[in-house]
Design a protein. Structure first.
Length: 131
């Protein structure tokens, strides 16, 4: 462990690095932008359906889970490409596993969304006699 003293300036600077990372991913990663569009849509639907505090916790956690997995996947892909520019079965395996993490987090978020939204949408449809 380092023996350097706590520096508020360094802590603030570290936020700058994090925001630079978000900016880079926003500019360069199509899938991240898709996840953010989905995030906005889920938040709008959640507001319209007036979900409970507990449901908000599940939705917010799901959104964070997917976005963090996407960020880590992107970082791993860039690191793997930096380490080995040639086609390599070990690098492919690493990238595939990281992509699987994003897929599983997305499917988990989808299931949570369905569990929360379907009963509310069915209740609205049955009360307005759509079905």
């Amino acid at each position: 462990m380092g023996s350097s003293k706590f520096s508020l300036r360094d802590r603030i600077r570290s936020f700058g690095y994090a925001f630079n990372g978000l900016k880079t991913v926003w500019q360069e990663e199509h899938n991240f932008r898709i996840h953010l569009v989905a995030t906005v849509l889920v938040i709008i639907v959640s507001c319209l359906l007036r979900i409970s505090h507990t449901e908000w916790i599940a939705i917010i956690f799901s959104i964070g889970f997917v976005l963090v997995c996407e960020l880590l996947n992107t970082a791993l892909e860039h690191l793997a490409d930096f380490v080995c520019q040639d086609k390599n079965p070990n690098i492919k395996r690493i990238k595939d596993i990281a992509a699987a993490a994003v897929m599983l987090s997305s499917l988990t978020a989808l299931l949570i969304g369905l569990i929360i939204f379907i009963p509310k949408l069915l209740a609205i449809c049955s009360s307005t006699h759509i079905f």
